[in-house]
Design a protein around this ligand. Sequence first.
Ligand SMILES: C[S@@+](CC[C@H](N)C(=O)[O-])C[C@H]1O[C@@H](n2cnc3c(N)ncnc32)[C@H](O)[C@@H]1O
Length: 415
Amino acid sequence: MSVSFNSFIKLGSNRNLSKAELSQILYSLRIEQVKYQDWKDYLLLNLGKNAQKKLVKKLEQTGSIIKFGNLEFKVGVSEKKKLNDNLVKIIDGIFIKYLPKRQKQLKLSLNIRTNDETQKSELSKELRKIIRNISQDKRFPVKVLPTKKESYELTPFDYNKENLPSRGIELNLFVIKSKIYFGPTRWVTNPFKDIKQDEERPVRFFTHGTSIKLSRTLVTMANIPYDGMMLDPFCGTGTILIEALKQGLKVIGIDKDQKCIRSSKTNLHHFSEKYPSREKMKAKWRVQIHDSRKLTDAIQKKVDGVVTEPFLGPFFKHLPHIEEAQMIMKSLERLYTRVLAECKRLLKTGARIVFIMPEYNYPLKRSVYPNVKSICEKTGLTSLEESKFFNIKFPIEIGRKHNVIARKLFIFESK
Ligand SMILES: C[S@@+](CC[C@H](N)C(=O)[O-])C[C@H]1O[C@@H](n2cnc3c(N)ncnc32)[C@H](O)[C@@H]1O
């Protein structure tokens, strides 16, 4: 049975992570079933109008999704007249939307994706002709933005630099089998915002900090209800805590290191100061020096979720000898078992622990990693096996730290 798609998501470079995050968002929107198809670096979806609207609002809090758009029209490749009429309709619609803003000019970016180069240039010519005609008709100049050859379309940097969508729009044409799907981009991630936030925070770790984007994804994956309490038992400089506050959660951060706690406090104060209701924001977070192996001595109240990138072992330029690696992993396994057991005692039923674990990969496919099965047996936690949608298996590989240590994202549940 062929499914008609009405939306697309552009996935990030870590496709599994993007899909798992999207799956979580759709699940939190109480969507029961999703029809989808993988296509190049996109995921094509069939969503109800209401679900599309809710999804757009949620995307701002994601860390691994690049773009979302609608596919408003679908025509057969040979239906030239219908294609033309619909293109005129959609471009006319874009003009009408932007005319009242009385800008100097309208910016249009064309993202034409087909494997057939001749078809691409024909479609491009056709579109430019329609744009020219409507532009002359409405006396509203248009600038068709150039795209970099290797990326086909505007990068998120260019998209935001060009100030889309307030100055114009990106129109996507996807040729899939014998059909052409097309429609406008509705949302694109803004990397400038993250860079600014990163540069402005008073203290940051260059070696063992968690990136802002990853922190955002981890918080999403925890599925904590709005205003719920999140715990990070290895909070470092507080990156995850800040992303959780931005998502409307309350947070507790624990770290055994005095300097880290001071850094977290400085960063969290800086963050809170930016809010008009700074006192209310300050009441939503707490950080405390403590050894997380004895968490329940420091925290008494139950929490709605735990999100953390823990201590992943010593910093290496090159991996240690395999016997040494095994010893390090055993000691990390002991640390994680104790901390996770404590987390479980604090966790409400059904709540999640989003946790990263290291893996050292050696030649001949030998790897050294903590024994998760044993951790689960000792703590009574279960490790989630698969995402709700898109069949993504956990743990998810999330890239290497300092190019040496591979990291894996686990989700544990307390039942
Ligand atoms: C990878 S860092 C966390 C990074 C943090 N997410 C950030 O972006 O700044 C790990 C942290 O775990 C802390 N740590 C290590 N062992 C601990 C323990 N037993 N209890 C509490 N904190 C611990 C370290 O002091 C370090 O700050």
